[in-house]
Design a protein around this ligand. Structure first.
Ligand SMILES: Nc1ncnc2c1ncn2[C@@H]1O[C@H](COP(=O)(O)OP(=O)(O)OP(=O)(O)O)[C@@H](O)[C@H]1O
Length: 315
């Protein structure tokens, strides 16, 4: 079947800044497409181009087979990154107001209940907490029961339990056939929700794929990080690791590289046999965060050992 969302060579510049440098993608019905990328990568610009709220310089986009400016708004839900509805309406009044904009809207109280705001339905928007305000905004995007839902950083400011319940809501919507285009800086959110992920960097889509495939291709190795009580170099020198494995010492402690799930027992036994006393032992599997860091060239990982080494030096 045709793609629900399609972009073909979208280009958009603001003066000298190339916010989109030729982006093409397609999203199928019921798919959750996760868009990640550093600040300023062009994510919001891409959402705006796909929803017809900004004009592109060249290229084309389509939603449900139509130009984004011509698509039936009843079928779209859009949660922008910045959204400030009227402050002196209660959550229920706001949702009811937005419901009134559509021919066939859902019951406002059912929507408020779905986003966890039933108990705050009578509170003015401006008196809701930041996380509750974000939930109210999500409710406004759901009131028309959209077929295609754009969520630009939906859970920013929402507490962990609230995030999880909204993730469940997105999963239910997708299971019911809603197509979701989600941008987020939370790799946990994207890993949990996205069927496919696109990584945007400096206006270009660097890669698109299923999370597991991206992790297998770009995530790097699994590793075991051992923080010792004393001299990490001396501790490592005393350990006889299984032949196929090697290790390095950094501010994080001893990192044993390439440790698969079945190697963990042998490696721990090798440290125990050498009498190494350790503070902590953490097995780290690569995830989307490692994919993101390796493909964007960001230095987050490199900064941590230095900070840890500085802290360790005080002892
Ligand atoms: N209206 C505008 N006028 C001028 N420059 C803009 C405008 N909108 C976006 N830009 C620039 O285009 C680039 C892409 O911005 P965009 O907001 O799309 O990035 P983003 O990936 O959504 O960032 P973030 O993760 O910080 O929200 C940035 O360099 C930004 O400064």
């Amino acid at each position: 079947m045709d793609a629900v969302l399609a972009a073909d060579d979208l280009r958009k510049s603001y003066g000298d800044v190339e916010a989109l440098s030729g982006v093409s993608l397609s999203v199928a019905e019921g798919e959750v497409f996760g868009l990640i990328g550093p600040n300023g990568a062009g994510k919001t610009t891409l959402v705006r181009a796909l929803t017809g709220t900004t004009a592109v310089d060249s290229g084309s986009a389509a939603i449900l087979g139509r130009d984004p400016t011509e698509v039936d708004r009843q079928r779209l839900g859009v949660l922008p990154q910045e959204f400030r509805p009227a402050g002196r309406l209660s959550a229920r009044e706001l949702v009811a107001y937005y419901a009134g904009l559509y021919d066939d809207a859902r019951d406002p109280d059912a929507v408020l209940d779905e986003v966890g705001l039933a108990d705050a339905a009578d509170t003015w928007y401006e008196n809701l907490s930041g996380g509750q305000q974000r939930r109210a905004c999500i409710a406004l995007t759901l009131v028309n029961d959209p077929d295609v839902l754009f969520l630009d950083e939906p859970t920013t400011g929402i507490d962990p339990a609230g995030r999880r319940s909204l993730w469940g809501l997105v999963e239910d919507l997708a299971a019911g056939g809603t197509t979701v285009f989600l941008t987020s800086h939370s790799m946990e959110e994207i890993e949990r929700l996205a069927d496919r992920v696109g990584l945007l960097n400096a206006g270009g889509l660097v890669t698109v794929g299923e999370p597991d495939d991206l992790v297998a291709e770009y995530g790097g190795e699994s590793r075991l990080v051992v923080r010792t009580d004393g001299d990490a170099d001396a501790a490592l020198g005393s350990v006889s690791l299984p032949a196929a494995l090697d290790a390095t010492v950094s501010g994080d402690g001893i990192t044993v590289h390439g440790v698969g799930p079945r190697d963990i027992g042998d490696v721990v036994a090798a440290f125990d046999d050498a009498g190494v006393v350790y503070e902590s032992l953490v097995w780290k599997q690569p995830g989307l965060e490692e994919v993101y860091l390796s493909l964007t060239g960001e230095q987050f990982e490199a900064a941590r050992p230095a900070a840890a080494a500085a802290a360790g030096g005080d002892r």
